[in-house]
Structure formats: C-alpha cells, structure tokens
Design a protein around this ligand. Structure first.
Ligand code: NDP
Length: 336
C-alpha cells in the first residue's frame, strides 16, 4: 500500500520536502469493515490549508499523517452488509492505494456508475459548492451581472453556467487565452478576461457596464481589488475561496486594503457571506443540487471538463498545478 504523507509544513509553495511517499502492507478489513482500492483521487485547493496548522474549519493533517482527500474507489472485500465487492464508492480514503473503512462517510455509487470520477467534481463537492454558494448566497436575478474567477476550474465553470441558466450576464476570469476561449465558446459565458493582463482592471470595468451584482469570490488578490469599485448597491459576495493567497506565508506587501474593502461593503450595502460547503448547507440543499445538476447534465445544459493525471506519485506536483493555474479543468489522479 503506497501512501503520501505530510513530511513537513510548507512555508509558501509546497516543494519536494513537503510530502513523501511511504509503502506498507495492504490493511485487512475487520468485522463490519471493507477494503477500498483507490481508483481516482481528487485534488482540490483546500488541501493546501490542511498542510498548515493555522486555525481553520478542519483539523490539519499531522506530520507523518496521510494527506486528506476524497477518492472514488472500488470495494475489494467487504464484511459490511451495505457494501459488496465490486461496488464503486465515494470515500474519504486520502492519498493512498488502499483504505479500510467501516462505512462512515462512504457513499455507495453502485457497481456500474456512468462517470465514476464525476462524483469528485461536477456531481460532487465542487459542483455542489458552486450551486449552493451561487443560488443560496449569491441569489442571482435575471439580467444581473455575475463575476467569477477561476472560471475554467470546477467551481467557477459551474457558477458561470448556472448563472447563465438563471438569465444573468456572466463575466468569467481565467489565466490565459486558451482557458478564456473555453469559458466563452464551450461554457457559454458572455465574456472571459485574463487576470494576468496589465490592464485587467480596466478590461473588467469595460466588461461590466452596469456594475457587478454578484461577485462569487474564489481567488482574492488583484481580482478582488478590481471588482471592489464596480460593486452595485446591495451586491452579494459569496466568499468561497481565496486561492491567490493560499501559498502566502504572511500578509502581502503594499497598502492596507482593509479600509477600501470594508468601506465598499458599508457604502454599497454588500452582503458578504463566507461558507464551507458541508458545514453551511444541509442535506435538503444537497438533494436539490443532485437532482437539478443531474438533469442539466443529461440535457447538455452544463458542460464539464476534467484533467486526469496518471499515478499517485505525480499527485504532489499536480496539486501545485491546481494552486497555480497550470491545471485546466477538475484535477483528478488516476491511481489504480
Ligand atoms: P480550480 O481547479 O479552479 O483551481 C484554482 C484556480 O485558481 C487555478 O487553477 C487558477 O486558475 C486560479 N488562480 C490561482 N491563483 C490565482 C490568482 N492569483 N488570481 C486569479 N486566479 C488564480 O479550483 P476549484 O474550482 O476546485 O476551487 C475554486 C475555489 O473554490 C478555491 O478557492 C477553493 O478553495 C474554493 N472552494 C471552496 C469551497 C468551500 O466550501 N468554501 C469548496 C470547494 C472549493 P487560472 O489559470 O484561471 O488562474
């Protein structure tokens, strides 16, 4: 059983000393337990947070502990009546080949799911995050302008497509021409801007002639600063993530933006609400999401792009790719 463990807490960008691969025996399932073999491992920006012991909504990974992660796996052997050998499952197995579970927090996907890995993306945590954050906090209305960055990634791409289904004007932000072309041509956003452009703030202003009603916050950084002066009275800002800052060891250089941020929130009466998907929303919202998203996918109203990297040994580098924008689409590692 190969497993990737946290070797040391990174300062800044994780490097080759942050994680290490260990090998051990394949664990045996006891009474009421099952052995799950990892097929796909999901890589997500929150994993950078788990490497840090700063106060957060979840416990950090311990030094020497297996890195946290959701996987789609297959049951190899089962002593649990709810799961049979051959069943596909969504499981919190972490970054390893095998995992023994008593079934807690494991979802049975059946023997023959159509797209097993989608449970890690559009039909799982990132898709649900986009759905609940946009509709329950962002509350977009037809004709309003919605802005979202990381627009080629699983959360942002889904936010923008749902906002289009709700009749909004949607401005995406992504890194580079290829991603921007995908966001407009394949996902149907009205506009997509490259946040690396020198005149990005001006481009955003031109792209939002009626201001911004919903800013779905995925990234922070200079995207947030360009959005601030464009927010309309009573704008909504679901605060989902701030990936531009995840690798930052301390506070950034430059002017204190606190007064500009709070001042805008005050004067424009902006609703700002942070959320952590499984803490903030209950099972009734999840059910609504699962039913509606399944329908949209069947009808071709929502498109989904995945990037599959082969081999558990390549997971550390692939996670850095997610954090820095070298990935394109939902990142999953094909493990077995
Ligand atoms: P992505 O796969 O889209 O990866 C993050 C992307 O952010 C990168 O690929 C990069 O794309 C972009 N990015 C990185 N740095 C910057 C920067 N400085 N400025 C602008 N864009 C940048 O991630 P997800 O879709 O999985 O997640 C999106 C956000 O949602 C993250 O912040 C994540 O932490 C958050 N999240 C929050 C949840 C919650 O419960 N609150 C649950 C799930 C996700 P590009 O090439 O376009 O720059």
């Amino acid at each position: 059983n190969r497993r990737v463990v946290l070797n040391e807490r990174p300062v800044g960008t994780p490097d080759e000393n942050t994680l290490r691969m260990e090998t051990g025996p394949v664990p045996e399932p006891g009474a009421g337990e099952m052995l799950i073999r990892t097929v796909y491992l999901s890589l997500d920006p929150y994993m950078r947070g788990r490497m840090s012991d700063a106060k957060s909504y979840a416990e950090p990974v311990a030094i020497g502990g297996v890195m946290t992660g959701q996987v789609v796996g297959q049951v190899v052997a089962s002593n649990n009546e709810k799961f049979a050998a051959g069943d596909y499952v969504l499981s919190p197995s972490g970054w390893q080949d095998y995992f023994v579970s008593n079934g807690d927090m494991v979802m049975n996907l059946g023997q023959n799911p159509e797209n097993p890995s989608w449970s890690l993306g559009i039909l799982g945590m990132p898709g649900y995050t986009a759905y609940a954050g946009l509709l329950k906090i962002g509350e977009p209305k037809p004709g309003e302008t919605v802005v979202v960055a990381a627009a080629a990634g699983p959360v942002g791409a889904t936010v923008g497509q749902i906002a289009k289904l709700k009749g909004c004007r949607v401005v995406g932000i992504a890194g580079g021409a290829e991603k921007c072309a995908h966001v407009v041509d394949k996902l149907g956003f009205d506009v997509c801007l490259d946040h690396r452009a020198d005149d990005f703030a001006k481009q955003l202003k031109d792209a939002c002639p009626d201001g911004i009603d919903v800013y779905f916050e995925n990234v922070g950084g200079k995207v947030l600063y360009a959005v601030l002066p464009l927010l309309n009275p009573f704008a909504r800002m679901p605060v989902c993530g701030m990936v531009a800052w995840y690798n930052m060891p301390g506070l950034p250089d430059g002017p204190d933006m606190g007064p500009a941020i709070l001042g805008t929130i005050l004067r424009m009466k902006v609703k700002v609400e942070g959320f952590i998907i499984f803490d903030s929303f209950g099972p009734e919202v999840y059910k609504e999401f699962a039913a509606e998203m399944t329908g949209w996918l069947k009808e071709g109203k929502v498109q989904y792009r995945e990037q599959v990297v082969e081999g558990l040994e390549n997971a550390p580098e692939a996670l850095n790719d997610v954090l820095t924008g070298r990935s394109f689409g939902k990142m999953v590692v094909k493990v077995g």
